[in-house]
Write a protein that binds this ligand. Sequence first.
Ligand code: 3HC
Length: 320
Amino acid sequence: MQSMEAGSQGDLDAFDRHVGADGKVEPQDWMPAAYAKTLVRQISQHAHSEIIGMQPEGNWISRAPSLRRKVILMAKVQDEAGHGLYLYSAAETLGVSRDELEQQLLDGTAKYSSIFNYPTLTWADVGAIGWLVDGAAIVNQIPICRCSYGPYARAMVRICKEESFHQRQGFELMMALSKGTDAQKRMAQDALNRWWWPSVMMFGPPDGESVHSMQNMAWRIKLFSNDELRQKFIDMTVKQAEALGLTIPDPDLRFDEASGHWQVGEIDWDEFWSVVKGHGPCNRQRLAHRRDAHEAGAWVREAAVAFAAKERARSARKAA
Ligand code: 3HC
């Protein structure tokens, strides 16, 4: 990729015109260092989210109520691992190594999405995550398929196709429960009660507190603001909850005829920032689990490095 030497004002103006006209930026193109920096920030957090996001649902693979549900859930959790790898690869095109990003996560200095710091208490949580969290992810990620950075946009195209399956299987699971026994319907409602607000918060802070939105929208990394995407998710999901026969846990929820949108009650931004800062219900558990998994996988990395060294030595002997 091209070095990040500081460009002239002309370079910066030309770059802004290019991305402003919906042009794509490729790894070998000149780009402002700040553009690369915010992309590494966002893409690495996105990748970390996919990897940590495997844990809440992974807890339920061994306890799925049927072979069919187990197979679906295994496929979904495996997909999330793949999404993480795509995204780490996209970040590497900006000159940062996967090891460096992984170490930041293991050290606890990297952010990942707040949503994954909540516990999965019942089987219905698996449905609520697919329906709400992957549903929110689709709303947030579809625009990124058109973002200005080529490798990120292209990674998103494949990821969004798989997210659609994730959302559909979650909604179908919630439909089965909400149309099932009274106990199953109560379990589905309880999961909605616990996952609704964290999903609404997942889109990030309100636009007035978003430090990156202004610049990232100018650079077309972000095509819509946090609140715009949040509103799109709310409008879509309220109707889906009605179809499920479930109640959105918000007594202040009302349809605003003038705007044509659903208005929600107060969002608890103190809770959001507390979770982002590491004080959520599962932050410590998620990182501890990630560190253990990294430790347990050391032998695989060592074996791969030893094998690669042996292969290099063998090819060198052959070439001599
Ligand atoms: N969780 C944790 N941190 C968050 C957050 C959240 N939900 N929302 C915002 N933040 C952080 C930002 O990272 C930023 O902190 P930083 O300066 O230390 O990086 C700060 O809060 C201010 O927020 P901004 O709105 O200014 O930040 P962004 O412009 O980056 O917007 C975002 C936040 C909308 C999440 C944006 O980063 C984004 O679109 N990221 C790509 C999508 C993504 O990462 N989704 C996460 C979930 S992945 C997923 O759902 C997988 C699926 O399979 C389930």
